[in-house]
Design a protein. Sequence first.
Length: 299
Amino acid sequence: MSPTRMGVLVMLLAMFLFSLNDAMGKWLVATYSVGQVLLLRSAVALVILLPFLWKAGVKPILSAERPLLQFVRVVFSTAEVFCFYWAVYYLPLADVMTYWLAAPIYVAALSPFLLKEKVGPVRWAAIGLGFIGVLIALTPSGEVEPVAIVFAVIGTLAFALMVVTGRTLRGTPDMTLVFFQIAGALVAGLIFAPFGWVNPTMPDFMLLGALGVVAMFAHICVNRAVKLADAATVAPLQYTLLPWAIILGYLFFNELPGLLTLVGAAFILTSSFIIYLREQRTNRGAVPAASTSETGETL
C-alpha cells in the first residue's frame, strides 16, 4: 500500500476516533457535570502524555515563546471544549458538529484583521456563503434551548480564535501546545468539578478516562497521516466528521438532524472547501489554516 493511501486511511480513522470521542462525551455529560468530565478526561490524558513529556524534557515548556499569547490560546481552547460539552448536552451531535465545522470560516474572516493576511474577493464571497449557512443552521426551533445556541456560538468562536492564535505560535513544539491545552482543561475541571459532583460507577469511570485516551490516539493518527500524505490530500477528510456525527447520533441517541441543519451544513461545507482550495492555491505546500490537527473537540 502506498504511503498516500495509508495516510488517507489513517486520517479517516482519526476522524472516526474524534467522532467517537464526541459521542462518548455527549453520553457522559447527561449524567456528570461538564467540570467533572473535563477533570477526569484531562487527568488521564496527562498521564498518557507524561512519558512523551519526560522524553522531551521540561525546557520546551518552560521556554515557550510568547507566554502571554500561550495563556490566551489556553483560555480559548478551554472555553471551546467547555462550550462543546454544554452544547452537546442540549443539542443533537450532528447539529453541534455542523457549528464546529464552521470554524475555518471564522478563521478566514478574522485573519485579515488579526494576522494581516490577504483575503481576496473569492474567499470573501465564500466567507459570506458560510455565514449564511451558519445563520440557517443556528435558526432555533421551539424545541431548542436558547442557551444551547449561545454555547454553540461562543464555542465555535473560541475554537476559531484558538486556531488563529496557534498560527502565530508556529515555533512552539506540538507537544508543548498539547500540554498547555490539557493543563488548561484540567484546571477548569478542578474549579468546576466540585459543583454537582456525582460519584462515577466503575464502567463510567473507565469511559471518562477513555475520553482522553481516544482523543490522544486521534491526534496521533492525525500527525501520522500528515507525515504519510500531503496535507492537501488529507485535510479535506475532516468533513467526514459530519456523517459520522449523524450516524453515531442516530445509533446512540436516536437523533436525526433537521432540514435546516442539513441545508446550513451544505452551505458551510461548500464555503469551507472553497476557502481551503483558495488557500492551497495561494500557499502551495503549506499546512492549511483549517488543519485537521486542530479539528473537532480538543484535548
